[in-house]
Every structure is written in C-alpha cells, then in structure tokens.
Design a protein around this ligand. Sequence first.
Ligand SMILES: C[S@@+](CC[C@H](N)C(=O)[O-])C[C@H]1O[C@@H](n2cnc3c(N)ncnc32)[C@H](O)[C@@H]1O
Length: 214
Amino acid sequence: MNVEALNRGSVGSTSGVQNGKGKPSKTLLFARNFLQHPRMLGSVIPSSSFLVDQALKEVRWETARVIVEYGPGVGTFTTEILNRMRPDAVLIVFEMNPNFVKYLQSSVTDPRLRVVQGSAGEVETVLRTLGCKEVDYVISGIPFSTMPEAVRDDILSATFSVLKPGGLFVVYQFSGKVLPYLERIFGQVQKEFELLNIFPARLFFCMRKQKQGS
Ligand SMILES: C[S@@+](CC[C@H](N)C(=O)[O-])C[C@H]1O[C@@H](n2cnc3c(N)ncnc32)[C@H](O)[C@@H]1O
C-alpha cells in the first residue's frame, strides 16, 4: 500500500497521452495501460454509462456513508459515485496501477475521495488506518477470473469482513467464473446482465446478511 496516496498530496501530471487541454485522454490512457497489463485491466476501454447505471442502481444514496471501489481505472464509476453520494459520505478507491492513481489524483479534486495505491486485498488494513469501521457498499470492477486464486479468495473474504450487515458487494465482470466463490461467501447472489458495453457484462449483487433478529 502506498500510504502517501491516502493523503491527497499534489502529484505531477500523468506521463503519456494528453488531450488538447493538457490532460491525459481517458480512453487512450486506459487502452495504453491495457496493452501493458492486459490481465490486470481485463478490458481495453472503460465501462459504458449503461453498465455504470445498472451497477449503481441498488445503492441507497441517502443513507450510504462509506463506499469502497476496487479498480477505478480512469474513474468512470468514481465520478458517478461522487456525483450521487451524500456530501458527508466518503469514497475510498483501491487501484494497483500507478498511472491510474496519478490520473485520479490530478483530475478528481473532490475532498470526499481517498485514492489508495494498492490492492483491494488491503482493504481491511487501509480502513483500519482511516478509522472506518464498516462499509455500506463495495463496487468492484477488478478482473477476478485472471488473478491468482489465493488473491481472489483473500479479496472476497476481506470484503465480506468490512461490509456491514445489510451492506452490498456489487461485482461487474465479463466472465461468470467468480460466481461460485461469491456464493460460497455471501450465500445467495442476485445475477444480472448488461449488453450495452464493449463486451456484455455480468453483474453480481451480493448482500452481507443482516444478523438474525435485527
Ligand atoms: C476492467 S478495469 C475497470 C476500470 C473502471 N472501473 C471501469 O469500469 O472502466 C479493472 C481495473 O482494476 C484494477 N485492478 C486489477 N486488480 C486489482 C486489485 N487487486 N486491486 C485494485 N485494483 C485492481 C486495474 O488496474 C484496472 O484499473
């Protein structure tokens, strides 16, 4: 984990593709990083607005206080989450790719955002460092089907631990391979599909069950 990334210090501009205004072009930055890390990115371009809307439709914005995102990339979900969430809510994003971390830090100035350069598997440690006890929603775009099994299992069980009872884990993927592992940890999983994306996407909505009697 890059702890400095937790404190939104000033960063230089992202090296590489720039648009006419001197900012990196999101799509080109994403595509170029896909060529370097195809398994880590899992997609050649960012998600469509249709996929974003479908993945976020179950979020109760009026009550959500802590939201976590895994794999923000160039911020396609991040900016939409920030647009919709409460003024006093916080969004903590975990991104392994340093180019995307720099891009997010320089292009999104919202004080409710914390950008962590590190793996989603570090979620428990990071939340403890930030003093966050429970999370309402985790939104994940990381490619579970191409990562080592042990990493996948660590991320899934850490996610279950940080979610509050009634909290929701939303996963979007091109593959359904992760489904049995989600079902093993969360029990029942709501399954959906979004065709309007570069590749049709699977969506999995996994709720951490409320404690009995609550
Ligand atoms: C398919 S892209 C999704 C990007 C963006 N959320 C979107 O929907 O357009 C997957 C992203 O997950 C990041 N990633 C992959 N493994 C990760 C991990 N273990 N922890 C955090 N980020 C990860 C990649 O660097 C990449 O930015």
